[in-house]
Design a protein. Structure first.
Ligand SMILES: *[C@@H]1O[C@H](CO)[C@@H](O)[C@H](O)[C@H]1NC(C)=O
Ligand SMILES: *[C@@H]1O[C@H](CO)[C@@H](O)[C@H](O)[C@H]1NC(C)=O
Length: 167
């Protein structure tokens, strides 16, 4: 003889269990979403390249940055922070990293783009190491989720070289 109260309680317990199970499956499945972003960055122009009065090299570039970061957007993605950095080695430092451009991408629709821009932040060396320097352009991203931990990754594009002379 089951009372109505007992049945309602059993039903509620069942509902909560199902809900918990769905949440677990959904967050589990997010871990198994393996994104496959793509990017290409072209150096379209060296606008100028000089040694500043204080002796440090500075270069101004025009870039064409194209990327498709749409696969980073899942049900759990709030936004993505992306930046392009020039990375190179000098006798002093194994890794010099200079951010040239960044953007907050708010939605999947905005995650596929190309832009034609001059570096947004100054590309200055801590010294005079840039002539003829090989460098990488790396697209870094941080995924800010609605629930859970932030994650980050990057695409390294290599094979870039600065001119041998100031101009
Ligand atoms: C920039 O790159 C994109 C994709 O690679 C290309 O479609 C576009 O024509 C390029 N723009 C310029 C100005 O080179
Ligand atoms: C540039 O990229 C190449 C190939 O991925 C890598 O071997 C090298 O260490 C990178 N250089 C820097 C300074 O990160």
């Amino acid at each position: 003889m089951h009372s109505i109260g007992y049945r309602a309680n059993a039903l509620l317990t069942f509902g909560v269990t199902i809900l918990a199970l769905i949440c677990a499956i959904v967050s589990y499945s997010d871990n198994f979403n393996s994104p496959s972003p793509t990017s290409q960055v072209q150096v379209l122009n060296i606008n100028w390249f000089q040694k500043k009065p204080d002796g440090d090299d500075e270069v101004s570039l025009t870039l064409n940055i194209s990327a498709n970061l749409q696969s980073l957007f899942t049900w759990n993605t709030k936004q993505v922070f992306a930046f392009v950095a020039a990375e190179y080695e000098t006798p002093k430092n194994a890794l010099n990293q200079v951010s040239l451009w960044d953007s907050i991408i708010p939605s999947k629709e905005k995650a596929k783009f190309w832009i034609h821009i001059s570096n947004k932040y100054r590309f200055v060396d801590q010294g005079s190491n840039l002539r003829g320097k090989d460098f990488n352009l790396t697209l870094h991203w941080h995924v800010m989720p609605k629930i859970g931990k932030m994650s980050a990754d990057k695409i390294v594009m290599s094979g870039y070289r600065l001119p041998a002379d100031y101009r």
